[in-house]
Design a protein around this ligand. Sequence first.
Ligand code: PEP
Length: 264
Amino acid sequence: MNHKRPPVIAGNWKMNGTSEMVRQFSESILNNVWDENLKQCEIIVCPPAPLIPLFCENASQAAFVVGGQDCHSSESGAYTGDVSALMLKDVGCNSVIVGHSERRISYNEINSTVKLKASAAKKAGLTAIVCVGETQDQKNDGETVEIVTTQVLESIPESASDIDTMIAYEPIWAIGTGKIPKINEIANVHNAIRGAVAKSKGAEVAERIRILYGGSVKPDNVAEILSIDDVDGALVGGASLSSNDFWSLCTNAAKLFAMLSRKV
Ligand code: PEP
């Protein structure tokens, strides 16, 4: 974490949740001990599409903003079951996850698909959270940096900037498994991602763009992971479903950022 880049904690509910859970989640914020430090953190909750309007209503009085989990690359049309970036913006989202490994795997999304979605997000005024990450086999073969930097370069739009784009490094083998890479491995990949962004978008964008880590982040490991220089936040799956876990994770991240900011 770097004091110049405010941390982001993004919760991805995936295909989980009910309207009752949204209400409980929103109440939990108001009932929890309120930490001033949290205001320094950008907290994004990405519920399933049908719950977004309810989340947005509650977000207006709370400390988080709302994001989508995916969007189509077109603004509208005959795409049964899909949701456009424009629609997400229209109902109150400020961001959208694109290229999550579950979509890359289950829906055969490749880098060029992800790039089109990220471009649509930017056009609609949303921040795209572009996910990249290697499989266990690719890691075992020592291909992590090459795979991940190629994904970054091919998945983010030409005109992407730190304002409209974040990158989430999510090793596929770490998602939902309780396994995480070694701290020096995460540091190495994040550093390589920032280097790739510098080459393609220039040093200034690279210095400011937020690069999140995702994969089995929990309240008790978030501080260690976010202590890494080039890690600017976390994309959180499982732990975002429990409001207690999610808010303690956010509070731990915010405390760390406050400490860092005081040191400079
Ligand atoms: C995810 O799916 O993006 C994720 C990081 O999940 P988890 O935190 O459960 O590993």
